[in-house]
Design a protein around this ligand. Sequence first.
Ligand code: ADP
Length: 336
Amino acid sequence: MTTVNIISVKKTYPNQPTPVLKDFSLSVMDGEMVALLGPSGTGKSTLLKLITGIERPDSGDIQFDDSSILKIDPNKRGAVLMFQKSYLFPFLSVEDNIGFGLKVQGASSQTIRAEVKRMLNLIGLPGIEKRKVGQLSGGEGQRVALARALVTNPKLLLLDEPLSSLDTEVRMNLQEAIRVIQRELGVTTIFVTHDLGEAMAMSDRMALLLNGEIVALDKPENLFHRPRSLAAARFMGVSTFLSGDQLTVKNEAWSSSEKIFAIRPEHIRVQKDGCEQSMQGMVSDCVFRGEYVEYQVAVGEMSVRARMPMPAPMFPHGEQVYVKFPKEYLFEMAGY
Ligand code: ADP
């Protein structure tokens, strides 16, 4: 299979004053699924275009198994791209759509038939060979698009927001299906998304991209629980940052010095009574969301967002409360 190395890649679009990617490096291990996560306009799709050969970098290198692919024709690189829209051929059957790549490669009709059958079993839609693509639901269409992408045994699978146009349930099913298929085939995969939940559910590692740079790269659970930088923490849904001083003044046991600490909203407690590691505040908002209650509490100058799992007390707007920051959940910011 394939390891991918993206080395110091720079890319500037024509007539643009600044590069989209400045000095971009990323290594993806054989069989690994790495999610590129970030807001739109940060260069995620550009990176995929550079890998497939739709665009060329100004400088840097892209290697598969330690050999540069930049001089190889786009269609011979072995990287397949799957988009949000499936771009299946609407006038062809499912079989002809999936088998298209093999036909181009000159495979026999017997091989194509067998491979299409194998792929349909893999995507959980056996027996739909003769269906027209126009008769498929959105989710089925994306499964067929995945089969078409994988039928040629690509070295690298690139997924560009492949599930964005689907509704929640279909999307969750497909997240699982893609992950299972990807693992089963062991195909190295780069997956672009702006959806944190999706990136966490599907990837072995997540790279957070902001302004064309990776600001954090780690396993989802590490990034979620212990983002190291302010930018990464914000992106992971952390909004409460406390200086060591704030914590020390109120209670010596908490912490020290000039350091900055962060805490996830679901680890903050809102309660009626004061206790160690708590600060007094006033409820500015309390929203019942079924599985949890979401609070905004004004604590001095700060607005603290807390997310308390049910059953949780419901304090009305204006109520005087205490906000507890349990010491065991505070983590230090490395770069800010
Ligand atoms: P993302 O996938 O993270 O949303 P893109 O890679 O699509 O980001 O785009 C990154 C930046 O490059 C954006 O500011 C976008 O407007 C710009 N861009 C993308 N394609 C082109 C192009 N062909 N010409 C000029 N600018 C482009």
